[in-house]
Design a protein around this ligand. Structure first.
Ligand code: GDP
Ligand code: MG
Length: 151
């Protein structure tokens, strides 16, 4: 099924100038970027985005980290792409992430794990709405679509 996922390159990815290489992985896979912006996340948006973790001991550090510098927020579209992108991202703790995953190749610690991706259709819908207006989500055809998808 065609899905949209919310993907965010965190401040460490931006400051380490890894954005192009990370984005290229999604493009190379055949996924389609349908929304894209750089922003410095205000504290209230950070707290809303990570609301499920508000009682965790790391919550304050997480909010400080994610608001410390600009992020790149994206909506990425593709067949079953929510779980696919989670696989490409790798485990939350980069030290345990498989080699070949984004976190496994570019990061070392949980508190600096460079990228966020939605973990379910419900969180994707919620997160996309938090960061993007409907009007900011683009629709276009990939000319090589038939080379990527069988149907
Ligand atoms: P994710 O879905 O793989 O990003 O992981 P979670 O939803 O469990 O956690 C959200 C984010 O909180 C992670 O990506 C980390 O940036 C951060 N985080 C999670 N666990 C810890 C922790 O134990 N310590 C710190 N400093 N940050 C954490
Ligand atoms: Mg999560």
């Amino acid at each position: 099924m065609m899905e949209k996922s919310f993907v965010m390159l965190k401040p460490d990815a931006v400051k380490r100038r890894l954005a192009g290489r990370i984005i290229a992985r999604f493009e190379d896979r055949g996924l389609k970027i349908v929304a894209f912006k750089m922003l410095q996340i205000p504290e209230d948006l950070a707290m809303e985005h990570y609301q499920e973790h508000r009682e965790k001991p790391f919550f304050r550090d997480l909010v400080d980290y994610i608001t410390s510098a600009p992020v790149i927020a994206m909506v990425i579209e593709g067949k079953d792409c929510i779980s696919l992108i989670r696989k490409m991202v790798g485990a939350t703790n980069p030290a345990e992430a498989d080699l070949g995953t984004i976190r496994g190749d570019f990061a070392l610690e949980t508190g600096r794990n460079i990228i966020h991706a939605s973990d379910s259709p419900e969180s994707a819908e919620r997160e996309i709405k938090l960061f993007f207006d409907e009007s900011e989500i683009c629709s276009y055809e990939m000319p090589d679509r038939e080379m990527i998808y069988e149907e």
